[in-house]
Design a protein around this ligand. Structure first.
Ligand code: T3D
Length: 270
Protein backbone atom coordinates (compact mmCIF):
# COMPACT_ATOMS: atom_id res chain seq x y z
CA UNK A 1 0.00 0.00 0.00
CA UNK A 2 1.08 3.55 -0.74
CA UNK A 3 2.55 5.63 2.06
CA UNK A 4 0.29 8.36 3.46
CA UNK A 5 3.36 10.62 3.64
CA UNK A 6 5.27 11.88 0.59
CA UNK A 7 8.94 12.88 0.91
CA UNK A 8 10.67 15.17 -1.59
CA UNK A 9 14.19 16.60 -1.53
CA UNK A 10 15.26 19.82 -3.27
CA UNK A 11 18.83 20.66 -2.31
CA UNK A 12 19.00 20.94 1.48
CA UNK A 13 15.22 21.26 1.83
CA UNK A 14 13.07 18.23 2.68
CA UNK A 15 9.34 18.57 2.03
CA UNK A 16 6.94 16.24 3.84
CA UNK A 17 3.46 16.12 2.33
CA UNK A 18 0.54 14.63 4.27
CA UNK A 19 -0.98 12.64 1.45
CA UNK A 20 -4.54 11.41 2.13
CA UNK A 21 -6.40 14.12 0.20
CA UNK A 22 -9.75 12.24 0.01
CA UNK A 23 -10.10 12.57 3.81
CA UNK A 24 -8.40 15.97 4.08
CA UNK A 25 -5.08 14.38 5.15
CA UNK A 26 -6.56 13.36 8.49
CA UNK A 27 -4.13 11.56 10.75
CA UNK A 28 -4.12 7.80 11.18
CA UNK A 29 -1.72 5.98 13.47
CA UNK A 30 0.09 4.91 10.28
CA UNK A 31 0.52 8.52 9.13
CA UNK A 32 1.58 9.71 12.60
CA UNK A 33 4.22 7.02 12.74
CA UNK A 34 5.44 7.80 9.21
CA UNK A 35 5.73 11.46 10.18
CA UNK A 36 7.72 10.64 13.31
CA UNK A 37 10.09 8.37 11.37
CA UNK A 38 10.59 10.89 8.56
CA UNK A 39 11.37 13.67 11.05
CA UNK A 40 13.71 11.40 12.95
CA UNK A 41 15.58 10.45 9.77
CA UNK A 42 15.81 14.12 8.73
CA UNK A 43 17.22 15.01 12.16
CA UNK A 44 19.99 12.44 11.62
CA UNK A 45 20.71 13.47 8.01
CA UNK A 46 23.19 16.35 8.17
CA UNK A 47 22.53 17.30 4.54
CA UNK A 48 18.98 18.39 5.46
CA UNK A 49 18.96 22.05 6.57
CA UNK A 50 15.22 22.87 6.48
CA UNK A 51 11.99 20.84 6.60
CA UNK A 52 8.68 21.91 5.05
CA UNK A 53 5.41 20.32 6.14
CA UNK A 54 2.36 20.63 3.87
CA UNK A 55 -0.79 18.82 2.73
CA UNK A 56 -1.89 17.29 -0.57
CA UNK A 57 -5.10 18.53 -2.21
CA UNK A 58 -7.41 21.19 -0.78
CA UNK A 59 -6.63 20.75 2.94
CA UNK A 60 -3.58 20.91 5.16
CA UNK A 61 -4.90 18.41 7.72
CA UNK A 62 -8.31 17.76 9.34
CA UNK A 63 -6.78 16.39 12.55
CA UNK A 64 -7.26 12.90 13.89
CA UNK A 65 -8.92 10.54 11.40
CA UNK A 66 -12.10 9.97 13.34
CA UNK A 67 -12.71 6.76 11.38
CA UNK A 68 -9.24 5.23 11.78
CA UNK A 69 -10.00 1.57 12.42
CA UNK A 70 -6.89 1.42 14.63
CA UNK A 71 -8.58 3.70 17.18
CA UNK A 72 -12.29 3.89 16.26
CA UNK A 73 -14.79 3.37 19.06
CA UNK A 74 -16.59 0.02 19.03
CA UNK A 75 -19.93 0.03 17.20
CA UNK A 76 -23.17 -0.81 19.00
CA UNK A 77 -22.84 -4.56 18.43
CA UNK A 78 -19.27 -4.62 19.69
CA UNK A 79 -20.20 -2.44 22.65
CA UNK A 80 -23.05 -4.81 23.51
CA UNK A 81 -20.57 -7.66 23.54
CA UNK A 82 -18.39 -5.75 26.01
CA UNK A 83 -15.73 -4.10 23.77
CA UNK A 84 -13.98 -1.18 25.49
CA UNK A 85 -14.39 2.39 24.17
CA UNK A 86 -11.30 3.73 22.38
CA UNK A 87 -8.51 4.93 24.61
CA UNK A 88 -7.58 8.36 23.27
CA UNK A 89 -4.97 8.75 25.98
CA UNK A 90 -3.13 5.76 24.56
CA UNK A 91 -3.33 7.28 21.07
CA UNK A 92 -1.85 10.54 22.32
CA UNK A 93 0.88 8.89 24.39
CA UNK A 94 2.07 6.53 21.68
CA UNK A 95 1.60 8.51 18.47
CA UNK A 96 1.02 12.25 19.00
CA UNK A 97 3.41 12.91 21.87
CA UNK A 98 6.56 11.39 20.30
CA UNK A 99 5.79 13.02 16.95
CA UNK A 100 5.21 16.47 18.44
CA UNK A 101 8.28 16.39 20.69
CA UNK A 102 10.34 15.20 17.70
CA UNK A 103 9.00 18.11 15.63
CA UNK A 104 9.70 20.74 18.31
CA UNK A 105 13.26 19.51 18.86
CA UNK A 106 14.30 19.29 15.21
CA UNK A 107 17.91 20.41 14.70
CA UNK A 108 16.79 22.41 11.64
CA UNK A 109 14.04 25.01 11.11
CA UNK A 110 10.61 23.66 10.15
CA UNK A 111 8.11 25.56 8.01
CA UNK A 112 4.39 24.73 7.84
CA UNK A 113 3.00 25.53 4.38
CA UNK A 114 -0.70 25.58 5.22
CA UNK A 115 -2.37 25.07 1.88
CA UNK A 116 -5.96 24.71 3.15
CA UNK A 117 -8.01 24.00 6.26
CA UNK A 118 -6.09 22.92 9.36
CA UNK A 119 -8.47 21.52 11.98
CA UNK A 120 -8.06 19.92 15.40
CA UNK A 121 -4.70 18.24 15.77
CA UNK A 122 -4.00 19.40 12.19
CA UNK A 123 -4.17 23.04 13.30
CA UNK A 124 -1.87 22.49 16.26
CA UNK A 125 0.53 20.42 14.17
CA UNK A 126 0.91 23.40 11.84
CA UNK A 127 1.23 25.85 14.74
CA UNK A 128 3.99 23.74 16.33
CA UNK A 129 6.25 24.47 13.33
CA UNK A 130 8.75 27.36 13.52
CA UNK A 131 7.34 29.50 10.72
CA UNK A 132 3.74 29.09 9.59
CA UNK A 133 2.91 30.41 6.12
CA UNK A 134 -0.72 29.97 5.06
CA UNK A 135 -2.57 30.41 1.79
CA UNK A 136 -5.25 33.10 1.83
CA UNK A 137 -7.97 30.43 1.49
CA UNK A 138 -6.62 28.38 4.40
CA UNK A 139 -8.11 28.45 7.88
CA UNK A 140 -7.48 27.18 11.40
CA UNK A 141 -10.13 25.43 13.49
CA UNK A 142 -9.72 24.31 17.10
CA UNK A 143 -12.36 21.66 16.39
CA UNK A 144 -11.87 19.71 19.63
CA UNK A 145 -14.68 21.25 21.70
CA UNK A 146 -17.21 20.29 19.03
CA UNK A 147 -16.57 16.61 19.71
CA UNK A 148 -16.23 16.90 23.47
CA UNK A 149 -12.44 17.09 23.76
CA UNK A 150 -9.80 19.63 24.81
CA UNK A 151 -7.13 20.97 22.42
CA UNK A 152 -4.31 18.47 22.05
CA UNK A 153 -1.16 18.16 19.96
CA UNK A 154 0.30 20.89 22.20
CA UNK A 155 -2.60 23.33 21.68
CA UNK A 156 -3.09 24.13 25.38
CA UNK A 157 0.59 25.09 25.59
CA UNK A 158 0.93 26.81 22.23
CA UNK A 159 -2.24 28.85 21.92
CA UNK A 160 -2.06 31.07 25.03
CA UNK A 161 1.66 31.66 24.39
CA UNK A 162 0.97 32.67 20.82
CA UNK A 163 -2.12 34.86 21.18
CA UNK A 164 -2.80 35.27 24.92
CA UNK A 165 -5.38 33.65 27.17
CA UNK A 166 -8.43 35.59 25.97
CA UNK A 167 -7.99 34.71 22.30
CA UNK A 168 -6.81 31.17 23.08
CA UNK A 169 -9.98 30.50 25.06
CA UNK A 170 -12.18 32.10 22.41
CA UNK A 171 -10.64 29.95 19.69
CA UNK A 172 -10.61 26.73 21.75
CA UNK A 173 -14.06 27.01 23.34
CA UNK A 174 -15.95 28.16 20.24
CA UNK A 175 -14.06 26.10 17.66
CA UNK A 176 -14.88 28.64 14.94
CA UNK A 177 -13.06 28.78 11.63
CA UNK A 178 -10.25 31.37 11.81
CA UNK A 179 -9.33 32.57 8.30
CA UNK A 180 -5.60 32.72 7.55
CA UNK A 181 -5.66 36.50 7.18
CA UNK A 182 -7.08 36.80 10.73
CA UNK A 183 -4.54 34.27 12.00
CA UNK A 184 -1.81 36.53 10.65
CA UNK A 185 -3.44 39.65 12.12
CA UNK A 186 -3.57 38.23 15.67
CA UNK A 187 -0.01 36.89 15.49
CA UNK A 188 -0.93 33.20 15.42
CA UNK A 189 1.04 32.63 12.20
CA UNK A 190 3.96 34.29 10.43
CA UNK A 191 2.40 35.14 7.03
CA UNK A 192 -0.70 34.79 4.92
CA UNK A 193 0.00 34.85 1.16
CA UNK A 194 -2.05 34.57 -2.03
CA UNK A 195 -2.95 30.97 -2.82
CA UNK A 196 -1.03 31.03 -6.10
CA UNK A 197 2.08 32.27 -4.31
CA UNK A 198 2.22 29.77 -1.43
CA UNK A 199 4.55 27.23 -3.04
CA UNK A 200 6.91 29.91 -4.40
CA UNK A 201 7.01 31.90 -1.15
CA UNK A 202 7.65 28.79 0.94
CA UNK A 203 10.31 27.54 -1.51
CA UNK A 204 12.15 30.87 -1.28
CA UNK A 205 11.84 30.98 2.50
CA UNK A 206 13.03 27.38 2.91
CA UNK A 207 16.06 27.93 0.66
CA UNK A 208 16.86 31.09 2.61
CA UNK A 209 16.66 29.34 5.99
CA UNK A 210 18.70 26.39 4.66
CA UNK A 211 21.54 28.79 3.80
CA UNK A 212 21.50 30.41 7.26
CA UNK A 213 23.44 29.35 10.39
CA UNK A 214 21.25 26.36 11.33
CA UNK A 215 22.55 25.94 14.85
CA UNK A 216 21.87 29.56 15.71
CA UNK A 217 18.32 29.28 14.35
CA UNK A 218 17.60 26.16 16.38
CA UNK A 219 19.10 27.63 19.56
CA UNK A 220 16.92 30.68 18.96
CA UNK A 221 13.80 28.50 19.02
CA UNK A 222 14.97 26.73 22.17
CA UNK A 223 15.94 29.94 23.92
CA UNK A 224 12.58 31.57 23.15
CA UNK A 225 10.73 28.52 24.48
CA UNK A 226 12.94 28.32 27.57
CA UNK A 227 12.50 32.04 28.29
CA UNK A 228 8.76 31.43 28.81
CA UNK A 229 9.63 29.65 32.05
CA UNK A 230 12.17 32.08 33.51
CA UNK A 231 12.64 35.67 34.66
CA UNK A 232 14.74 38.28 32.83
CA UNK A 233 17.90 37.42 34.76
CA UNK A 234 17.46 33.75 33.83
CA UNK A 235 16.97 34.64 30.18
CA UNK A 236 20.08 36.86 30.22
CA UNK A 237 22.09 33.98 31.73
CA UNK A 238 20.83 31.63 29.04
CA UNK A 239 21.61 34.11 26.25
CA UNK A 240 25.11 34.57 27.63
CA UNK A 241 25.77 30.81 27.78
CA UNK A 242 24.46 30.27 24.25
CA UNK A 243 26.33 33.24 22.82
CA UNK A 244 29.53 32.00 24.42
CA UNK A 245 29.06 28.55 22.87
CA UNK A 246 28.09 29.89 19.44
CA UNK A 247 30.98 32.34 19.57
CA UNK A 248 33.40 29.40 19.41
CA UNK A 249 31.56 27.79 16.48
CA UNK A 250 32.52 27.94 12.81
CA UNK A 251 29.39 29.78 11.67
CA UNK A 252 30.13 32.82 13.82
CA UNK A 253 33.71 33.05 12.58
CA UNK A 254 32.42 32.69 9.02
CA UNK A 255 29.62 35.22 9.52
CA UNK A 256 31.98 37.89 10.83
CA UNK A 257 34.69 37.12 8.24
CA UNK A 258 32.15 37.35 5.41
CA UNK A 259 30.78 40.63 6.77
CA UNK A 260 34.27 42.14 6.97
CA UNK A 261 35.21 40.91 3.49
CA UNK A 262 31.85 42.07 2.08
CA UNK A 263 31.15 38.61 0.65
CA UNK A 264 28.28 36.15 1.08
CA UNK A 265 28.81 33.81 4.06
CA UNK A 266 28.92 30.04 3.67
CA UNK A 267 27.45 28.47 6.82
CA UNK A 268 27.89 24.79 7.58
CA UNK A 269 27.30 24.10 11.32
CA UNK A 270 24.29 21.93 12.07
O1 T3D B 1 -9.84 9.81 18.31
C1 T3D B 1 -9.93 10.97 18.72
O2 T3D B 1 -11.01 11.58 18.70
C2 T3D B 1 -8.69 11.64 19.20
C3 T3D B 1 -8.63 13.09 18.87
C4 T3D B 1 -7.50 13.68 18.47
C5 T3D B 1 -7.36 15.12 18.18
C6 T3D B 1 -8.19 15.68 17.08
O3 T3D B 1 -7.67 15.99 16.03
S1 T3D B 1 -9.82 15.94 17.41
C7 T3D B 1 -10.39 16.82 15.99
C8 T3D B 1 -10.65 15.92 14.84
N1 T3D B 1 -10.98 16.67 13.69
C9 T3D B 1 -12.18 17.24 13.51
O4 T3D B 1 -13.06 17.19 14.34
C10 T3D B 1 -12.40 17.92 12.18
C11 T3D B 1 -13.38 17.11 11.36
N2 T3D B 1 -13.53 17.68 10.06
C12 T3D B 1 -14.27 18.79 9.82
O5 T3D B 1 -14.81 19.43 10.70
C13 T3D B 1 -14.42 19.20 8.37
O6 T3D B 1 -14.08 18.12 7.56
C14 T3D B 1 -13.54 20.41 7.99
C15 T3D B 1 -14.08 21.68 8.68
C16 T3D B 1 -12.07 20.19 8.38
C17 T3D B 1 -13.59 20.63 6.45
O7 T3D B 1 -14.95 20.70 6.05
P1 T3D B 1 -15.34 20.53 4.53
O8 T3D B 1 -16.82 20.79 4.43
O9 T3D B 1 -14.43 21.36 3.69
O10 T3D B 1 -15.00 19.00 4.14
P2 T3D B 1 -15.83 17.68 4.55
O11 T3D B 1 -16.87 17.42 3.51
O12 T3D B 1 -16.27 17.76 5.96
O13 T3D B 1 -14.69 16.57 4.46
C18 T3D B 1 -14.28 15.97 3.22
C19 T3D B 1 -14.08 14.50 3.44
O14 T3D B 1 -13.06 14.32 4.43
C20 T3D B 1 -15.34 13.84 4.01
O15 T3D B 1 -15.38 12.51 3.53
P3 T3D B 1 -16.44 12.11 2.35
O16 T3D B 1 -17.79 12.51 2.85
O17 T3D B 1 -16.01 12.91 1.16
O18 T3D B 1 -16.26 10.64 2.20
C21 T3D B 1 -15.06 13.82 5.50
O19 T3D B 1 -15.75 12.80 6.17
C22 T3D B 1 -13.57 13.54 5.51
N3 T3D B 1 -12.97 14.02 6.78
C23 T3D B 1 -12.76 15.29 7.16
N4 T3D B 1 -12.21 15.34 8.37
C24 T3D B 1 -12.06 14.07 8.76
C25 T3D B 1 -12.55 13.21 7.77
N5 T3D B 1 -12.53 11.88 7.89
C26 T3D B 1 -12.01 11.37 9.04
N6 T3D B 1 -11.54 12.14 10.03
C27 T3D B 1 -11.53 13.48 9.96
N7 T3D B 1 -11.03 14.23 10.96
Amino acid sequence: PESPLRLERAGAVLTLTLDRPAVLNSLTTELLRALFLALDAAAEDRSVRCVVLTGAGRAFCAGQDLADPAISPPDEAARASGAAPKDIGHLLAHFYRPMLLRLRSMPVPVIAAVNGVAAGAGANLALACDLVVAAHSASFIQAFSKIGLVPDCGGTWLLPRAVGRARALGLAMLGDRLPAVEAERIGLIWRCVDDAELAGEVGTLAARLAAMPTRALVETRRALDAAQQTDLAGALDHEQALQRELGFAHDYQEGVAAFMARRAPSFSDR
